[in-house]
Every structure is written in structure tokens, then in C-alpha cells.
Design a protein around this ligand. Structure first.
Ligand SMILES: [Zn+2]
Length: 268
């Protein structure tokens, strides 16, 4: 298992509470990355992990999957980043379906998910049509972080233990990419500089005030564009930090603060 697969398994177990079987070998050199079963409902999911740790260049795409091209060295990486590749070569492959049946599962009703770091619009459409859920890797990391942070549980899972240690060691470091900054701080003073934005993350019920020039904000476009749009929205621009802060307060989310990276409260 590579590092991202370990993180996904830790998320599925610790946050969702599902039982897992990782790396199930199938015939024809196929493999199921992760099989997860919700013990409460009995719902099973086949999860493939496709995370390249260089986010901006490796989004999942809806480009046509071509088995001939996929065998050519120069096109292999690109082809393996298509929804079609996962749909045909992973989820629908006969050896994979056979293995699921051996585990007592019906491949036609087994849930399907790809964990990846961003995707384009056509990938989303294709995945929806193919009944494949797309999971955004940074969301899983955030969910895990929320789960382990501040708990004293002695985690048996090595990944959780490591993550908990890291979060305890660097509580004030920015741990996010999608433009929310870090822990909440007091309300900022007005600066009169103009150009402030707030990012409202609906999923995590978090609001962060940014300068327009902040690398997380990028004039309200954020760092990941479409990827962050699914979890929240940018509001602005506001002329002063105070205006932005007032709006942020009215959202009445439990976790409201200013970005630690651009520090709009400092007035510089
Ligand atoms: Zn910022």
C-alpha cells in the first residue's frame, strides 16, 4: 500500500467506521485497492485510489479511454487518469468482478469510488453516469485530521497515530490547501486597503477572511478552483477587512476566523 492508500483506509475506518480489506489481488495482475463494508448497513464499496502528490497537473479527466493508447508508454500515465480507465479496467474487469463474488458480494450493486486529487467537469459527468463516486483526497485528510486532533485515544492504526502526532506537534501550521487558513483568531481591525474575500466551507462549517492577494484566495478563485467549489464558496470582494468580517460573522458558523497566511487582521 502506498501512503495515500493508507490515508484512505484510515479515513474509511476511523471516520466512516467501515471495515476494510486492502489490496485484494485478482487474476490477470489486477488488484482491488480497497474493499470497505459498512457493518451497520452491510453496504460494500470498491474503492480505487489515484492520488498523485502534485495536485495541479494530475486531475482526473473525462478524456476518452483507449486501451491501445494505454499500452503506449507516452500515453500510459494520461490514460490511467481517465474515468474510462477506472470504469473499464478496474470496476468492470472480469477478474475484479469474480473476486468480489468470491467475497460474497454482487459486483452490480457494490458501490464504486475513486479517490483522487481534483477532476474536471467531464470526468464528473462520466463518473455520475457510470455510478462511480469521486472523493476529493484533501477532504478525506481534513476529515481524518478533525477525527484525530485533540483526542487522547491510543490509536492502533499507525497512520492515525502518525497524523495525531503531527497535528499535536504543529497545531498552528496551515494544514489545508483550499483556502481556509488555520485556527480562529479575534476580529480584524479595518485596514482601508480594499480587496478582502471570505471563504465559506459548508462541509466543515468554517469561514476564513483573506486578502485578495493571498495565495489561498487568488482574487476569489481559490487555489483549486472547481475542487473547492463543491465544499463551499468565495464571497466578496469587500472593501475593508471589517466589511468582510461583518459578513463572515453573519454566516454564524462555529469556526470563523482570519487566514493565518495572509493575516488580514495585521493591517499591513
Ligand atoms: Zn489568506
Amino acid at each position: 500500500m502506498d501512503a495515500s492508500e493508507r490515508v484512505v483506509e484510515a479515513y474509511v475506518r476511523a471516520v466512516q467506521g467501515w471495515a476494510t480489506i486492502p489490496n485484494i489481488p485478482c487474476d490477470s495482475q489486477q488488484e482491488i485497492d480497497l474493499l470497505a463494508v459498512d457493518p451497520g448497513t452491510g453496504v460494500a464499496r470498491h474503492i480505487e485510489v489515484s492520488v498523485v502528490l502534485a495536485p495541479s497537473f494530475h486531475k482526473l479527466t473525462g478524456k476518452p479511454y483507449d486501451p491501445t493508447l494505454a499500452r503506449e508508454r507516452t500515453h500510459q500515465a494520461e490514460q490511467r487518469r481517465t474515468v474510462g480507465f477506472f470504469a473499464q479496467k478496474k470496476f468492470a474487469a472480469a477478474p475484479v468482478r469474480d473476486r468480489l463474488r468470491e467475497h460474497g458480494l454482487n459486483p452490480d450493486v457494490c458501490g464504486r469510488a475513486i479517490v483522487t486529487w481534483g477532476w474536471d467537469a467531464s470526468a464528473e459527468d462520466q463518473a455520475r453516469e457510470a455510478g462511480i463516486a469521486l472523493w476529493h483526497f484533501p477532504d478525506l485528510v481534513r476529515g481524518l485530521a478533525d477525527r484525530v486532533q485533540g483526542t487522547r485515544t491510543n490509536f492502533h492504526d499507525e497512520t492515525l497515530r502518525m497524523l495525531n502526532l503531527v497535528l499535536t506537534a504543529i497545531p498552528n501550521e496551515d494544514s489545508e490547501r483550499a483556502g481556509q487558513g488555520d485556527a480562529a483568531t479575534p476580529a480584524p481591525e479595518p485596514t482601508g486597503q480594499g480587496g478582502f474575500w471570505i471563504y465559506h466551507n459548508w462541509t466543515n462549517r468554517r469561514v476564513r477572511l483573506h486578502r485578495e492577494t493571498c495565495s489561498h484566495c487568488n482574487g476569489g478563485r481559490g487555489t483549486e478552483g472547481s475542487a473547492s467549489d463543491r465544499n463551499g464558496e468565495w464571497l466578496g470582494p469587500f472593501r475593508t477587512a471589517r466589511d468582510g468580517w461583518d459578513r463572515a460573522q453573519r454566516l454564524q458558523e462555529p469556526d470563523t476566523g482570519v487566514c493565518k497566511t495572509c493575516g488580514p487582521a495585521d493591517g499591513a
